[in-house]
Every structure is written in C-alpha cells, then in structure tokens.
Design a protein around this ligand. Structure first.
Ligand code: AHM
Ligand code: MG
Length: 336
C-alpha cells in the first residue's frame, strides 16, 4: 500500500533512535533533502525559466558553468547554513572553504557537488547532486581546508539525489544503503528501495571509450576481454553503457549491477585523474561499499586515499565486487 510507506524524515528519526543521537543529524539531513527538492524543481523547469545554456562563468576547475550549476550551488549553500549544524562547507563550484556564519556549534562539515553531470542538462539527460558529511575534528579550524582533508573511511554519511525520470535520494550512514523517491504532489521522499545491494557479478560495464587510446594496459585488457564476449576469455557477452553522469551510472549499478570506470590514463593522470576525490569519488565509494560492491583507484581502496587538496582528482573503478577485484588484479599483475 503506497500510503503505508515511510518518509525519509521518519526513516532518519528511526536511525537517530537506533544510534541514540541528539537530533542534529536528522536536522542536517533535512536541510540537504530540502536543498535537493529545490534543485529537482529547478532542473524540472529547465528552459522554461532560462535554466539551460551557459552561465558565462568558469569554476575553480576551469570548467564552463551552467546556470543550474550556479543556482544549485547557491541553493545548497543557503539551505544547509540555516540549521546551524555545519561548521563549514566545500563545493565543486567554490575554490575555497565556505564559512558558515553564526554556527559556532556546528560539529559537521559538508562537501558537495551541487549538480554532477551538468554537461547533460541541455539535452535533458539525468543529472544529480552528490554529498559527503564529515565530523569537524576536535580543535580544527573549520575555515581551513585542512579540516576537510580526511580519507573517505571517515565519512559519517554520503548520498546523492538523482534528477531522472523520477527524483530519488539514496543515502548511507554506514549501515547499508536506502533509496527514497520524491512524491512531487506530497513534496516528500518516501522509502521505495530499502537495503539496496549490488550483485557481485555483472555483464555490464561503463567507460568513456573515446579515451581508449590513452588507457593503461590493465584497463585495455579488461575492456578487450569484455568486448570479446562469449568467444573470449570471459566466456560471456557484455553490454556497455555510458551516460556521462556519474550519479546515473552509480544508480544503475545499485539497481542491477555493473562496473563503472573513469580510470587513470596517460592523459588525465597529469591532473591525478578525472573525477574529484572529496565530493564525487569518496561519497560514491561509501555508498557502493555499503551496498556490497567495491571501489578502487586500481591500485588502492579508494576510501583510503589520503587527501591533500579539496579539489584533488582520482582514478575511479567501482561497482560489482568480482569485476572490480578482477581489474585490481590486472593492475597488480603488471606491477602498475
Ligand atoms: P562534472 O562534475 O563537471 O559534471 O564532471 C563529472 C562527470 C561525471 O558525472 C561523469 O562520469 C564524467 O564527468 C563524464 O565525463 P566525460 O565527459 O569524459 O564522459
Ligand atoms: Mg561533478
């Protein structure tokens, strides 16, 4: 019965009772989900209110910003400052840490990518928001990037909102992964996907194949073996997908398995990789591991990578455990 579903707010209250928390966590999560509802609304209105096209500005990564990148960033900064739970925030769209005024008691740090995959906005393909929550270390200055430079294993919560054919919010607090769907008429997220798990095996891979000429040997070997299908060493046919929206790729993997790769290649390694460690790779890795999958750089468990910079880039290989481990083994074999 649809009306017997529980809301995300009730789910958070249950978690809070289980963990014996003070309520701060429920309150800060409520701010995030309000921000996601607002961004969802703006994504939906699209070209009707001038949300398509370019903003005419570039961000810290030297990428052209879309109006929705800027708007989603402003929404996240505003909504998440209201509750006074965060000591500071950091965003893909901002070079430096964003101080939260008047929240001397804030015990948490929020990192986010307000609109990931934004090259997809104008063509009406799914985009999403990604967030990661850390504790403010004892005695740390929240307005210094150093407070944020904690490895992914220290995240207390991570999640994403997917603005797809329906809007979903998927989240983990280190106790499994749960998915909630936005009922637009009611204005609330309802639990629709409890205990999401990633099958260990898969026949589906995702990689931007236009970069094949730059790939390292282990990645080339892995993809070649998938492409060889039934007649090749894997003895089975594989399917391929590439949405160019990491949120949509991770969501597909949570629903039906798969492996997603944005690995190091001879070109992108000059910058450390393509995807950003702190607000893309780490939160997605936390979710994937909590759903029984694996996440690696190819050479190291991703959530153990020591961060040195807020906007650090990192190679990412994540998804169905047996496939991720296979590709890790291919890296070890060539000693790379
Ligand atoms: P963005 O944060 O600028 O949107 O970039 C991240 C996105 C990911 O969502 C996606 O996996 C990747 O970039 C797509 O890259 P490519 O353009 O090489 O296909
Ligand atoms: Mg991004």
């Amino acid at each position: 019965m649809p009306y017997k579903r529980i809301t995300l707010t009730h789910f958070l209250l249950q978690e809070q009772r289980r963990l014996g928390g003070s309520g701060a966590f429920t309150s800060l999560m409520n701010d995030i989900l309000t921000a996601c509802k607002m961004v969802s609304h703006e994504v939906n209105r699209g070209a009707l209110v001038g949300n398509h096209g370019v903003a005419g500005t570039v961000n810290v990564q030297d990428e052209e910003q879309k109006p929705l990148d800027v708007l989603a960033n402003d929404i996240f900064l505003h909504m998440n400052a209201l509750g006074g739970n965060y000591a500071a925030m950091a965003s893909e769209e901002l070079e430096d840490v964003h101080a939260v005024k008047g929240s001397a008691d804030g015990k948490y740090l929020l990192l986010f990518d307000p609109l990931d995959g934004s090259s997809n906005i104008d063509v009406n393909i799914s985009v999403g928001s990604i967030f990661s929550i850390l504790r403010l270390p004892e005695g740390a200055d929240p307005n210094s990037a150093n407070a944020f430079l904690q490895p992914g294993v220290q995240q207390v919560c991570a999640g994403y909102a997917l603005y797809g054919s329906s809007t979903m919010l998927v989240l983990t607090t280190g106790n499994g992964v749960n998915g909630f769907t936005l009922d637009r008429d009611v204005g609330m997220f309802f639990l629709t996907h409890p205990n999401m798990t990633i099958p260990a095996d898969t026949k589906e891979f995702a990689i931007n194949a236009s970069r094949a000429r730059f790939w390292e040997a282990p990645v080339k070997r892995y993809v070649d073996e998938c492409l060889a299908g039934k007649e090749g060493p894997r003895g089975k046919d594989f399917n391929m997908r590439w949405v160019a929206s990491m949120v949509a790729e991770v969501h597909r993997i949570l629903i039906r398995g798969g492996i997603f790769m944005y690995p190091a290649d001879v070109e992108n390694i000059k910058k450390g990789g393509k995807l950003r460690l702190m607000y893309e790779a780490n939160p997605m890795s936390f979710i994937v591991e909590q759903a029984g999958g694996a996440s690696t750089t190819g050479r190291q468990r991703l959530m153990e990578v020591p961060p040195t910079n807020l906007h650090q880039r990192v190679p990412v290989i994540l998804g169905s455990k047996n496939e991720v481990e296979r590709l890790e083994a291919y890296h070890r074999e060539v000693g790379e």
